[in-house]
Design a protein around this ligand. Structure first.
Ligand SMILES: [Zn+2]
Length: 224
């Protein structure tokens, strides 16, 4: 799953309106922020195999540190803990950890059985939703549209940047999503890992857009 993950972050803005969308983006894609670094370091591995599933040519051979259920929970707690240390907002910390774990749940639905439960077990799980491009695009598209709608309703632009940065972020996500699914397979795993590092830029982009948007007063929500 790709843009489906961002839908969770966009929807979570309502649960913790004072938390920057940048933090929520970091949470929803935490496993995928860590993954390219571990790939480049040679700690985790994947290879290109067109047709691995209908939706992606990537075969995820070994990614227990970024993508096992146990480690996803650990990373979620670490991110929530860092935010708690910086901002002292317990509710936000819990939401961030939960959003991080949602990455594993959505990957479990979409991946074929290649997701480990812990770094030390051989069990691999995955429901294989990616075997259908139509179902994947329909479901992820709906999730993402719902997320965009919820975030747009929860916030309002403070200035022109708040509108442009947000709209361009949404369009950019849609374009790279479609290019990933319908474009040619990548040349090599280094290119995949380097382009996956772009998710770090998306985190920055989301926090930039969010800084220029105000939470609507009806959404200011519970005070932490
Ligand atoms: Zn992932």
């Amino acid at each position: 799953m790709f843009i489906g993950h961002f839908a969770v972050a966009l929807a979570a803005k309502r649960a913790t309106p004072r938390t920057s969308l940048g933090w929520l983006f970091a949470a929803c894609q935490l496993s995928d922020l860590i993954w390219p670094i571990l790939l480049l370091a040679g700690v985790e591995s994947a290879h290109i195999e067109p047709g691995n599933t209908a939706t992606t040519p990537l075969a995820f051979d070994h990614y227990p540190w970024s993508h096992s259920l146990l480690m996803t929970i650990v990373w979620g707690i670490v991110l929530g803990g860092i935010h708690l240390g910086l901002r002292g907002d317990r509710r936000a910390a819990v939401v961030l950890a939960a959003v991080a774990v949602s990455h594993w749940v959505l990957d479990w639905i979409s991946h074929r059985p290649d997701l480990p439960l812990t770094p030390w077990s051989n069990a691999r799980v995955g429901l294989g939703f990616w075997n259908s491009v139509v179902a994947t695009v329909a479901v992820e598209g709906l999730l993402f549209a719902a997320g965009v709608w919820l975030y747009s309703r929860a916030t309002t632009p403070r200035d022109g940047t708040g509108r442009v940065a947000w709209v361009s972020l949404v369009l950019f996500l849609i374009v790279i999503y479609l290019a990933n699914i319908f474009g040619p397979p990548p040349n090599n795993m280094t290119a995949v890992a380097v382009s996956a590092l772009a998710i770090w830029v998306l985190v920055w982009w989301a926090s930039w857009a969010d800084e220029h948007r105000a939470v609507r007063s009806s959404m200011s929500g519970p005070v932490a």
